[in-house]
Design a protein around this ligand. Structure first.
Ligand code: KG4
Ligand code: ZN
Length: 345
C-alpha cells in the first residue's frame, strides 16, 4: 500500500524548488536550484533573468525530486511517476510576477496532464509553516516574526489562517537592509549570509547604530534610516583615512536590527498573552537572531520554534507543508487560477 504523495513547486523569486511530502507529513524530496550566481553580478535579483532561468530548469528540478522521493521510499523501480502523486501544490504569490507565472503555469499543466488536483499556496504562509518541519505540534495562538528579502512582519497567529498583522516595515525589509549594506561595502550578493559570517568575529557594541521606532507598543519597523547610518559611517571613516573593521560593523549592524526584532516580539507576546513564538523567512537563517530569540524569550518561559536553517530561505519543503494541510482539508484550486504577485498573509 503506497502512501499518498504531494509534490510542491516554488518559483516566486530566484530559487526553483520542488519538494515531495507524504500525507503524514514526511519530507521525501527537497530540491533547490538557485540562480544566485546569475544575479550576483547585478547586485540583486533581475526579474527577467529569474523567470527565464525558472523556465530552463523547472523540468529537471521536478524530475530530480521524483527520483529523490523514490530513493527515500526505498523503491528500486526508478522515479515516482506523476500518476502516482495525489496532488500538485504551487506558490501562487507573493513574489515576482514573471517568476511566479512559470511555476503556476507548469503546475497547472503538470497536474492537468496527470489528472491530479491543484493546490495554491501563499509564499508567506509557507515561511510560517516551515516551523512545522521542526515542531509538528506547533499550535496557535502564537507570535510569528517574518523576516525575508521582501517582507518584515510581526504577526499574531490567533488560529491557522487567522493572521493579525501587528506591524510591518514602513520602508526596507530586513533582508533587503542586509543586502544593501553588503552592497555598500562591496561584499557581494546576497548580503545576509556574508554579513552574518563577518559578524561572528565582531563586537556588537562597537558602533552605536540607530534603533528605529523602538518605543513600546509600536509594532511598525523602519530599516532605511539604519541603512543610511551605515552608509554614512562607511563614508566618514573612509574620508578620515581610517580602515573599517568589517566584523565590528557587521556585528553592530546585526545588533541594531535584532534588538528591535526582539523587543517588539517580546512586547507582542506580553500584550497578547501568547506563550509560543516562531520565526521565518531568509533572515531567520541567521544564527545570531535564532540564538537571541531562543535564549532571551526562552528565559521568559516562551517556547521558541525556528525552522531548519535550510528551510528559512526560499524552498519548496515549506510550500509542501502548507499544500499537505490544504490537501487534507480538500482545499483545491481551479485550473483557471493565476499567479498573484501581491498576495498578503
Ligand atoms: O525568504 P527569502 O529566501 O526570500 C524572500 O522571500 O524574500 O529571503 C532572502 C533574504 C535575503 O535578503 C538574504 O540576504 C537574507 O534573506 N538572508 C539572511 C541570511 N541568509 C539569508 N539575512 C541574514 N542572515 C542570514 N544568515
Ligand atoms: Zn521567501
Amino acid at each position: 500500500e503506497r502512501r499518498q504523495l504531494i509534490l510542491a513547486i516554488e518559483s516566486s523569486c530566484d530559487e526553483t524548488a520542488v519538494a515531495i511530502v507524504d500525507v503524514e507529513g514526511n519530507l521525501l524530496a527537497n530540491q533547490v536550484s538557485t540562480q544566485i550566481d546569475f544575479h550576483a553580478r547585478f547586485g540583486g535579483v533581475v526579474p527577467e533573468i529569474a523567470s527565464r532561468k525558472h523556465v530552463e530548469v523547472i523540468v529537471g528540478v521536478v524530475d530530480a525530486a521524483l527520483e529523490e522521493a523514490a530513493e527515500s521510499l526505498g523503491l528500486t523501480g526508478g522515479a515516482i511517476t506523476p500518476a502516482e502523486l495525489a496532488a500538485v501544490g504551487v506558490t501562487q504569490g507573493p513574489g515576482l510576477v514573471g517568476a511566479l507565472v512559470v511555476g503556476v503555469a507548469f503546475a497547472k499543466g503538470f497536474a492537468l496532464a496527470a489528472d491530479k488536483p491543484l493546490i495554491c499556496v501563499n509564499h508567506l504562509e509557507g515561511h510560517l509553516f516551515a516551523n512545522k518541519l521542526t515542531t509538528p505540534d506547533l499550535e496557535p495562538p502564537f507570535i510569528f516574526t517574518l523576516v525575508s528579502g521582501g517582507h518584515t512582519m510581526l504577526v499574531h497567529v490567533r488560529a491557522w489562517g487567522d493572521y493579525e498583522v501587528l506591524g510591518e516595515t514602513l520602508d526596507d525589509a530586513v533582508g533587503e537592509a542586509f543586502d544593501k549594506v553588503a552592497k555598500a561595502l562591496g561584499l557581494g550578493y546576497p548580503g545576509g549570509p556574508i554579513i552574518s559570517r563577518l559578524a561572528e568575529g565582531g563586537n556588537p557594541k562597537a558602533i552605536d547604530f540607530p534603533r528605529a521606532l523602538n518605543s513600546r507598543g509600536d509594532y511598525r519597523f523602519s530599516l532605511s534610516g539604519l541603512k543610511t547610518a551605515v552608509t554614512l559611517y562607511i563614508e566618514q571613516e573612509t574620508a578620515a583615512g581610517r580602515a573599517i573593521h568589517l566584523p565590528d560593523l557587521a556585528a553592530s549592524f546585526e545588533a541594531a536590527v535584532f534588538d528591535v526584532q526582539y523587543k517588539k516580539a517580546k512586547c507582542a507576546l506580553r500584550e497578547t498573552g501568547a506563550r509560543e513564538y516562531c520565526i521565518g523567512g531568509g533572515v531567520a537563517a541567521n544564527p545570531h537572531l535564532r540564538q537571541m530569540m531562543i535564549e532571551k524569550l526562552g528565559r521568559q518561559g516562551i517556547r521558541v520554534t525556528v525552522p531548519p536553517q535550510n528551510a528559512c530561505t526560499d524552498n519548496a519543503a515549506m510550500i509542501a507543508v502548507v499544500a499537505r494541510e490544504k490537501f487534507l482539508r480538500g482545499e483545491f484550486a481551479e485550473f483557471t487560477v493565476d499567479a498573484d504577485p501581491n498576495m498578503t498573509l
